[in-house]
Design a protein around this ligand. Structure first.
Ligand SMILES: Nc1ncnc2c1ncn2[C@@H]1O[C@H](COP(=O)(O)OP(=O)(O)OP(=O)(O)O)[C@@H](O)[C@H]1O
Length: 610
């Protein structure tokens, strides 16, 4: 069966499970007229693409709907926004909501009759930026539970993208969690027992002390999970044989957590349309073929000497990379994905983003191949390998990296990122920048690679679906600044030649090694103690110091304090001028000062439209 039918079944089940007294759903939710994209015209349904039955968001507010939370919504596995506010829905919010709707960015359930607890698992919906639960009866049906229920799960405060959170007019008590962004006191108003910032301080009775202890412990645990997850987003943790003995406890814990996440993800993946999408004979493959050429398995086998061991150039988390030579002499790198569905989504994302982008500072993705269980990605070969390998050579292997070369690489990588962030038709956020995903061609021109976690967002004015414009601010402020943070870490790596994945000696607390490293660098009064010794005394000290300041701006704890990629690029380019590196690059001529562009200013070649 087609994986996409699940979205149709999902909507059917929502319609069946809700009482619709005013007939809003009945009017347009007609399942008899099956065509590609037919569900996209249903009232309140937004799709990823107008001609594909894949639901992006569901908005059914103010319809007088009655019934329980529609569990069948889990079939819409790519759902990012759900608005059921101002209805008469009742019963609990499902405790396992994070596995029903793992990719939500916005959940609006205000002004209904939902009762029971606020599910702890909401804290696992990591992309949430809006959570509105006000005007319900939350926590009225807990009488059979013990007293420790009824509060706002502290983990919710640690959702690092959460900017809007409302629980006013419920029946909640206990301390308000510490939120990363300020949430106004109005959001908590009219609850019988909530306390703590921004409300009145909590009273310290012995009972609440015990409660507090529990709170602190769970807070610390979730803080650990959040921090490690955060770090992992720009510092991919892999088994590093060289440094294995130094891997401290917290990293092992991190790995366990990562494994768990992966497993969880693989369970979601089973429900995702991607898996079906990847079947060799699947008609949807034609969408990918529009982006990059499909190569035959025979061609690849011949070019890689039948995927022989001696052609292997590297093994990463996703797969094994082989060097390949085409009959015409062109050199390729072929990444053969490990035999698992874990990376199906990465595979598709890589093709859908990198596959359609062409820029001097992006590694060209030339083709792909799907052959029974094999999934392969084919890139142009970058003869100098990854920046990571240059900065952290194997023992006994000397790799000189002069300062001007590092400046050139930083500027080139920044150019690529500005171009991605400020693009005309799409804004692309890489979300996993590290020295491992910067490849170097024969002239050490840096090329960004590994777009498996990237987000591609249509720019203003090019897409009429509300969802994108609604979410645009979120992408811009949050994802862009995440790339800037990771880029800051990359700059620190270029300056110190330390491996941020091995930041163990700097850390004396139990977790947060990377943040500690950053704090230590920021506070260091002795600039000379942190800079790569081989760079010192070559006449660049002043400049390296300037670079360091730029890097530290990028890793500011609050995203708002970090520069944009364009501001960052300009600072680096000004420094680079002294090395004769051209600054009149296309970044500035194409993107000017503003971030939003008129369509006619865009370069038609920059993106392959599908
Ligand atoms: N286009 C390419 N040209 C040359 N070498 C490449 C190319 N793509 C990847 N490699 C090499 O293959 C190795 C593995 O790359 P891959 O992207 O799979 O993993 P990674 O980025 O090193 O690590 P991980 O997947 O764990 O984050 C890298 O060390 C890189 O040097």
């Amino acid at each position: 069966s087609n994986g996409l039918t699940s979205d149709i079944d999902c909507l059917k089940s929502i319609k069946d499970s809700l009482d619709d007294p005013f007939g809003y759903l009945n009017a347009t939710w007609d399942f008899n007229n099956y065509t590609e994209g037919f569900i996209c015209s249903f009232t309140g349904v937004g799709c990823w693409h107008a001609d594909e039955n894949v639901v992006l968001n569901i908005q059914l507010s103010d319809m007088g709907l009655k019934g329980q939370f529609p569990r069948g919504i889990s079939g819409c596995s790519g759902l990012t926004g759900l608005d059921l506010s101002n209805n008469e829905l009742s019963g609990p919010i499902p405790p396992d909501i994070s596995s029903i709707l793992p990719y939500l960015t916005s959940l609006k359930l205000s002004s209904n009759k939902f009762s029971g607890e606020i599910p702890k698992s909401l804290a696992n919906i990591t992309f949430l930026n809006v959570l509105n639960l006000d005007h319900n009866h939350l926590n009225v049906l807990n009488l059979d539970h013990n007293q420790s229920t009824g509060h706002i799960p502290p983990g919710i405060g640690l959702l690092r993208r959460l900017r809007t959170f409302t629980v006013a007019n419920n029946l909640l008590y206990g301390p308000v969690p510490n939120f990363l962004y300020d949430i106004s006191s109005d959001s908590f108003a009219n609850n019988p027992g909530l306390c703590g910032k921004p409300l009145e301080p909590c009273k310290s009775t012995s009972e609440s002390d015990t409660f507090k202890k529990g709170f602190v412990v769970s807070y610390a645990v979730s803080a650990f999970l959040v921090i490690t997850t955060f770090i992992s987003s720009c510092v991919p943790w892999t088994q590093d044989k060289k440094k294995k003995s130094k891997v401290p406890m917290q990293f092992q814990l991190h790995k366990i957590q990562q494994k768990k996440n992966e497993r969880k993800q693989s369970q979601h993946m089973k429900k995702m349309p991607y898996v079906e999408f990847l079947h060799e004979q699947s008609p949807e493959i034609s969408v990918l073929v529009k982006l990059v050429s499909r190569l035959s398995y025979t061609e690849i086998n011949e070019a890689t000497n039948y995927l022989k061991q001696e052609n292997i150039i590297g093994i990463g988390q996703m797969g094994t990379t082989y060097k390949a030579v085409l009959p015409n002499g062109l050199l390729l790198a072929v990444k053969r994905l490990h035999d698992t569905h874990l990376f199906d989504e990465h595979f598709i994302t890589e093709l859908k983003t990198l596959g359609r982008l062409r820029h001097e500072n992006l590694v060209p993705l030339l083709g792909f191949c799907i052959h029974s269980k094999e999934k392969l990605l084919v890139y142009k070969y970058m003869s100098k390998g990854s920046l990571y390998d240059w900065l952290h050579p194997e023992e006994g292997e000397a790799r000189i990296m002069e300062w001007p070369l590092r400046v050139k690489i930083a500027i080139g990588a920044a150019t690529g990122l500005v171009w991605l962030h400020q693009g005309c038709y799409f804004h692309v956020f890489h979300l996993a920048i590290s020295s491992k995903c910067i490849l170097l061609d024969g002239n050490f021109v840096p090329k960004l690679s590994n777009f498996g976690e990237a987000m591609l967002v249509k720019s203003y004015g090019t897409d009429s679906t509300e969802s994108f414009s609604l979410n645009t601010e979120f992408w811009e402020s949050s994802f862009a600044k995440e790339d800037v943070y990771c880029f800051g870490i990359l700059l620190l790596e270029l300056i110190t030649r330390e491996d941020p994945r091995g930041m163990t000696t700097y850390s004396d607390t139990s977790y947060e090694p990377l943040n500690n490293w950053v704090t230590l660098l920021s506070a260091s009064s002795n600039f000379y103690s942190i800079v790569d010794k081989s760079l010192m005394g070559q006449g660049f000290d002043q400049e390296i110091f300037q670079f360091l300041k730029v890097a530290l701006d990028c890793v500011q704890p609050y995203p708002d304090q970090r520069p944009t990629m364009l501001q960052l690029y300009k600072k680096l380019a000004a420094i680079g001028k002294r090395h004769g590196l051209s600054t009149d690059s296309e970044v500035l001529t194409h993107h000017g000062e503003t971030s939003t562009l008129q369509r006619d200013e865009c370069n038609e070649d920059e993106i392959v439209e599908v």
